[in-house]
Design a protein around this ligand. Structure first.
Ligand SMILES: Cc1cc2nc3c(=O)[nH]c(=O)nc-3n(C[C@H](O)[C@H](O)[C@H](O)COP(=O)(O)OP(=O)(O)OC[C@H]3O[C@@H](n4cnc5c(N)ncnc54)[C@H](O)[C@@H]3O)c2cc1C
Ligand code: FES
Length: 252
């Protein structure tokens, strides 16, 4: 557990906040797809909230998080003041595996699953296409563009980019790639799994499950995972994941 200083905590879009944490260790250990457990220091909300690492700046010891205010915990988080200390556990989880020999990367994000893909795109080698889908109000688009990636947007309300979902946009553009990395809501991940199987492109998917301990002890976050002998077993999204290979995931 680390006690880290909040350098910044402010609204960047409706119900979306950016938090910058100052910690040399956190920034040095933060890899794409890993997450941190944030303790709210509030007697009524003892369980930590898992939030993905969006970006790290190792030189200046900064770790950037982007979070949506959806319930009581994230509401409390949004009220934390700059300069305050926050108890943080992590970085936790396995993260994405980057194969530097891959030429054509395809990164697919959905909604508030988009933030962890930013540090990933920073670290990917080769050509990277980014496809992002939102219900409305896209976030982080300029951040991805600044990294030199080719960015395409789909919004359900048609306010930006393609009107519809991100899979329709991938089909419209007849996209091909050597490797897919994806994070987003379960229905989107399931559609990415189906699309990537049809296109025969390997995919890593970052799953999101409700969590309690976040360190593999309580088994709240288990999901069914295929094993090599055509059987299945329960794995913990917090400890064994959150990133799994497409063909490991059993969709229920
Ligand atoms: C690995 C991982 C990474 C995540 N990264 C981000 C991120 O970068 N940005 C972001 O906005 N959100 C992220 N989430 C979702 C975020 O953790 C939840 O939105 C948040 O915990 C909700 O807390 P709450 O108290 O506001 O909501 P409530 O619904 O009141 O939460 C009640 C309880 O359920 C748990 N819980 C609720 N929703 C989720 C959820 N979706 N996943 C896990 N636990 C949940 C809470 O931790 C808490 O213990 C991530 C979740 C996981 C599992
Ligand atoms: S949240 Fe407790 S085992 Fe995953």
């Amino acid at each position: 557990m680390r006690n880290v200083i909040i350098e910044k905590n402010h609204k960047i879009a409706p119900d979306i906040y950016e938090m910058i944490l100052l910690s040399k260790e956190l920034s040095h250990e933060g890899f794409p797809g890993k997450f941190v457990n944030l303790y709210l220091n509030d007697g009524a909300h003892l369980l930590p909230r898992p939030i993905s690492i969006c970006e790290v700046d190792r030189e200046n010891h900064r770790t950037r998080l982007i979070y949506a205010v959806v319930g009581k915990g994230t509401k409390i988080l949004s009220s934390k003041k700059e300069g305050e200390k926050l108890k943080v556990m992590g970085p936790l989880g396995n993260g994405f595996k980057i194969d530097e020999k891959i030429d054509r990367n395809l990164v697919i994000g959905g909604g508030i699953g988009t933030p962890p893909l930013l540090e990933l795109v920073k670290q990917l080698k080769g050509d990277t296409k980014v496809y992002l889908g939102f219900r409305e109000n896209p976030i982080l688009v300029e951040d991805f563009e600044k990294l030199g990636a080719e960015v395409h947007i789909a919004t359900e309300d048609g306010s930006q980019g393609h009107k519809g979902n991100v899979i329709e946009l991938l089909e419209k553009h007849d996209v091909n790639a050597d490797s897919i990395y994806s994070c987003g809501p379960k229905p989107m991940l399931r559609a990415v799994a189906k699309w990537s199987r049809e296109k025969n492109i390997p995919a890593q998917l970052s799953l999101e499950e409700r969590m309690a301990c976040g360190i593999g002890a309580c088994l709240v976050c288990t999901c069914k995972i295929n094993t090599e002998d055509e059987k299945w077993e329960y794995k913990r999204v917090c400890k064994d994941g959150p990133v799994f290979l497409r063909d490991e995931v059993i969709w229920e």
